[in-house]
Write a protein that binds this ligand. Sequence first.
Ligand code: KG4
Ligand code: ZN
Length: 342
Amino acid sequence: MNQTKDILILAIESSCDETAAAVVKNGTDVLSNVISSQIALHTLYGGVVPEIASRKHIENIDGVIQEALKEAAVKYNDIDAIAVTYGPGLVGALLVGLAEAKALAFATGKPLIGVHHIEGHICANYIQNPSFAPPYVALVVSGGHTHIVYVSDYGVYEILGKTRDDAVGEAYDKVARAIGMGYPGGPKIDAAAKRGNGDAISFPRVFLEEDSYDFSFSGLKSAVLNYINKANMTGQSIVAEDVAASFQAAAIEVLVEKTMRAAEQKNVQRIALAGGVACNSALRQQMQKICQRKGYLLSIPKPILCTDNAAMIGCAAYYEYQKGVRHGLDLNANPSLKLGER
Ligand code: KG4
Ligand code: ZN
């Protein structure tokens, strides 16, 4: 890229339960990445309560942005563009970040760039490994999404498959709740599974049609819930660690196998992981093992860049900025925005 001046982007993310702001230089240099998590609050209810999320975003967003600017030691004048997640996500939560970004863009006269949340997750890989570049296959696994995406170029996405029901993170959270581990369940199942036996219980591996890259996790989730209910009804005790490990083994086997098949079909030897479930230690290990064996290049962001954050939104916006993408102040939140839709 023929670029002489540094491009500084102030990015805002509020699609779910994290209020986040970041300042990112030239796409991959993170000057600040501030995240105010509401997890403790939602834990009380066993999951994210949309109304509470929106209200908390409103309370937190100004402070989070000020902190991001301060940590990066920049002022509004130094910023080249304001980026914001405008979908998918909880509509009330998205609207808080979007209204803030639009107000800032209007007041400062800086361009506004709307970013797709999943595109942000994928782009976290460029922050982690600036030399990592398309083409590659990305496995996007989070609380709301499970996608296999072929990224042929920056900002060019082909969805090869996605979940037909529950997202894998959602299945983790529901199973954890059933075992009494609390919210968010992913990290708790991850930790418990390390002490359990993944072969203890045979839960279904749902591959769907032979050539499909789609997923289905509701059957696996139901199988785990049925197992727990049956044990409760017959007065048998369960070994929570074994249930966690066996559930995780079934989920990850399908994720890994389909991702590797997609890479083979697309004839690429590069794979990226993205989204909150990419924090999972077993998924990281198994992908590393198989990619090493096959000689594939694997990119996995560090955990703080896997879960929701604004640095990833600033990175995605940078490539859009370079292409000349600018949004008007009429940009609206789109809770079911499709990846690649502009
Ligand atoms: O990407 P993210 O922060 O938010 C969404 O866009 O959904 O992902 C949150 C999801 C939650 O379901 C959480 O349980 C899961 O990521 N998660 C994990 C782990 N850490 C977070 N799942 C499995 N293992 C983990 N270590
Ligand atoms: Zn996310």
